[in-house]
Design a protein around this ligand. Structure first.
Ligand code: PMP
Length: 426
């Protein structure tokens, strides 16, 4: 598509799909918030490296050394992409979910955790073994900061505490006031982890400027293929914690304990990122995250953000012309947002609506509660915690919907895809 600049072109541009109405059409991938298509450049980069990859941190052969260098250099690339501080660690994980679970496992004893109930389940649930305070859904960014400040004012000022917050919502696309929340956390002696799963693909993220202690994101939402993620930030809690996975690579030295001392083995763990990366790592996944960071940095976020904001306007203005459509929002129409928009259509079951977009127009969106059940239920105004993600019963005209439809896009989305989407909804 001539409307997409070449460095931001993605895979799958020419895929055609059959329509129930007959014929076929180019697939419009409008579910980037679930997984973005990989950038063509990332794929090419990975394909160029694939014949040369070998085991990392293990082999003496040339290709093992090459792979080890590329693997370790990927940490530097990611640290630069996130504008990390001196001494910050980049740990490679499987995903954002994995990164936040790793941090949850590394909390110091007695740590309190503060999390808004509006979070994605990946940031809402990993803390259940800690002393968690769930904060009410705020209706403005300022209210979010005040709610957090109030909760932190009551906390034990001498114990450790962590705030977990998302940068951009995977439901509304709205940006959260991360810098202000970080300032509030630090003013009360707490730390903060940023769930950047939806923010990093759309905006530059600077750990230094936002002043967050950790940031987590997933490769498959950042235009790399599936399978790898990142937890980056302060090293102290990570260094002091038990390894997330026990095994080779995490241990520096394993020795036999004398029989008279009861036998068994003693372990000295690494205090670098390797401490939490036991086992043979996902070399291609890690390499592809670094390739995506490089590709986005080289292409620059300016072009990406400008295009995306234009596409957001097209979608929102188009949806506003359909009286039966209600766009879901926590912070209101003027809130800054990324290309993630959820809505319901009066009289329609959202799952049927999404299925029709696919079958009749070749458009791939998502329907459901988007792994953020409390948030979506708040936005839908539902009291009940039923039903689950799938199989919501039909809402009669005038009744409340029980789930929603989400359209999301980013680098490589041609104008034609969002124009077709708006036409289809109309
Ligand atoms: N946080 C947010 C805001 C997300 O949108 C997602 C993915 N939908 C996650 C965390 C979890 O990401 P992953 O499935 O890659 O672990």
């Amino acid at each position: 598509d001539s409307s997409v600049c070449a460095p931001l072109a993605v895979l799958g541009r020419d895929v055609t799909v059959p329509l129930v109405t007959g014929g076929e059409v180019t697939y419009a991938a409008l579910d980037y918030a679930a997984s973005a298509p990989a950038l063509q450049r990332v794929w090419d980069d990975v394909a160029a490296y694939a014949p040369y990859y070998g085991s990392v941190h293990r082999g003496a052969g040339y290709l093992s050394q090459l792979s080890t260098d590329l693997f370790e250099n990927s940490r530097t690339t990611v640290a630069e992409f996130l504008d990390c501080r001196e001494g910050d660690q980049v740990v490679f994980t499987r995903s954002t979910t994995d990164s936040l679970n790793l941090l949850a496992a590394a909390l110091p004893a007695g740590c309190e955790v503060f999390v808004f109930e509006t979070e994605h389940h990946a940031s809402l649930l990993p803390w259940r073994d800690a002393r968690v305070t769930y904060l009410d859904a705020p209706r403005t960014p300022d209210e979010a900061v005040h709610t957090l400040e109030r909760a932190l004012a009551d906390r034990d000022p001498y114990g450790p505490a962590l705030v977990c917050v998302t940068g951009a919502s995977n439901v509304t696309g709205e940006l959260w006031p991360v810098r202000e929340l970080a300032a509030a956390a630090h003013a009360h002696g707490a730390r903060i982890v940023l769930d950047a799963a939806q923010l990093a693909p759309h905006h530059p993220v600077s750990v230094r400027e936002l002043d967050v202690d950790w940031v987590a994101f997933s490769g498959h939402k950042l235009y790399a293929p599936f399978g790898s993620g990142v937890l980056a930030g302060r090293s102290d809690w990570l260094r002091e914690a038990e390894p997330y996975l026990a095994g080779g690579g995490a241990s520096r030295k394993v020795t036999r304990r004398p029989k008279e001392a009861g036998g068994g083995v003693d372990v000295e763990w690494h205090d670098t990122a390797a401490r939490h990366e036991a086992g043979s790592p996902n070399v291609i996944g890690v390499y592809s995250i670094a390739a995506a960071c490089k590709a986005l940095t080289e292409a620059g976020f300016d072009e990406l953000v400008a295009r995306e904001q234009r596409l957001i306007r097209t979608v929102r203005e188009g949806l506003a012309e359909v009286p039966a459509v209600r766009v879901l929002s926590l912070f209101g129409d003027d809130a800054p947002r990324v290309g993630v928009i959820s809505f319901v259509v009066d009289g329609w079951n959202s799952s049927h609506f999404a299925a029709a977009l696919s079958a009749e127009y070749g458009i791939g969106v998502r329907d459901g509660l988007f792994c953020a059940h409390p948030l979506v239920r708040t936005l839908l105004g539902g009291e009940s915690d039923e039903p689950g993600e799938c199989g919501a019963p039909e809402a009669a005209p005038g009744e409340k919907s029980l789930n929603a439809i989400r359209v999301s896009f980013g680098a490589g989305t041609p104008d034609e895809h969002v124009e077709r989407f708006v036409r289809a909804v109309k």
